[in-house]
Design a protein around this ligand. Structure first.
Ligand code: MN
Length: 243
């Protein structure tokens, strides 16, 4: 396992949260993948995750993405996430790190623009890329802000749409498409553990798909091991229902 995930793991207690620990087998893909997870934590945000070097480079976009090139959206760089996180939809228990409901708001593939090395672009603080998602499409850029404005911290970036056929003046209209691309559910349905289970995107096979995180979206208040939902076997019969 890449040590890149040590921060991710240190922040979480996998006895309490249903989030993946990064051990599930992820299928190969022809292009790097991206996901955006709408996360109703203490403050609502949209987590943009770009697959790179075996992990998801991650940014919390505080107001969500905009399709208006005039909008500059604060994107706070956070710890690398495991690739199996890209199939996670459910509720992180209150009191745990990132407690709140998570929706798979968008997903698809991404490529850097041009042939610049991705690590060099991230180091430099300017990554131009193209998204081919179900909701977001076209050219974007992530630009790291100058550190002095934030007390020397170097984790504040801006997410900006570049002009192309998908850019629009009504940049926030896209946020009204407010259902999961993986399950069709609303935040309220996910929070209540109702509706369809998400279809996997990252994980190799149904067998390798660890569904606990999604079957158990209706996390009980008592998050002691005894209070957690029992593991259940996945069959085609119950894969549609989330309890
Ligand atoms: Mn988040």
């Amino acid at each position: 396992m890449p040590s890149k995930l040590s921060t991710y793991r240190a922040k979480r207690d996998f006895e309490k949260t249903q989030e993946p620990s990064g051990t599930a087998k992820v299928r190969a893909a022809d292009y790097p993948r991206f996901v955006i997870q709408k996360h109703d934590a203490s403050r609502l945000h949209y987590d943009l995750r770009l697959e790179h070097d075996g992990v998801f480079k991650s940014w919390a976009v505080t107001k969500g993405p905009s399709l208006n090139p005039k909008d500059k959206r604060l994107a706070v760089e956070v710890e690398d996430h495991p690739l199996d996180y890209g199939d996670f939809e459910g509720t992180i228990p209150a009191g745990e790190y990132g407690g709140g409901t998570v929706m798979l708001w968008d997903r698809g593939f991404w490529v850097p623009e041009g042939d610049e090395d991705i690590n060099a672009a991230l180091e430099k603080g300017e990554l131009k890329f193209v998204l081919a998602g179900e909701k977001l499409k076209g050219r974007f850029v992530l630009v790291r802000m100058k550190g002095d404005k934030f007390g020397g911290k170097r984790n504040n970036w801006l997410l900006i749409k570049h002009k192309d056929d998908w850019a629009t003046g009504d940049g926030e209209a896209i946020l009204k498409k407010d259902k999961s691309v993986a399950s069709g559910r609303t935040m309220a349905q996910i929070a209540s553990g109702k509706g369809k289970a998400p279809t996997p995107f990252m994980l190799a096979t149904r067998k390798a798909f660890k569904p606990d995180a999604v079957w158990s979206t209706n996390v009980k208040k008592d998050d002691s091991p005894a209070g957690r939902p029992a593991k259940r076997k996945v069959s085609s019969a119950n894969k549609r229902a989330v309890h």
